[in-house]
Design a protein around this ligand. Sequence first.
Ligand code: SF4
Ligand code: SF4
Length: 92
Amino acid sequence: MAVKIIESCVNCYACEPVCPSKAIYAAKPHFLVNSKKCTECEGDYPVYQCASICPIEGAILNSLGEAINLPGSLTGIPPERMAEVMAELQGH
Ligand code: SF4
Ligand code: SF4
């Protein structure tokens, strides 16, 4: 059982020091989780420490491959509204 950091990670370093298992490390092109070390914070914290500090929605996935911070969960902008605004900005 381990979480996964994906390509939308912006290499902000926030998650690396808060991991109780020292499972997160800087790599190219983005931070990664050592799946052998990640304990999903079990026994240390009630929530994933990495995801609780990560500023990017969807950058960290749970062991089922689901985003831990869902779209809109950090910005407060509903995903449908975000899609509309992006379309407007792109002139569609
Ligand atoms: S879920 Fe917990 S143990 Fe796993 S990488 Fe994130 S902070 Fe570390
Ligand atoms: S906190 Fe999120 S964006 Fe920052 S390095 Fe970790 S996974 Fe990447």
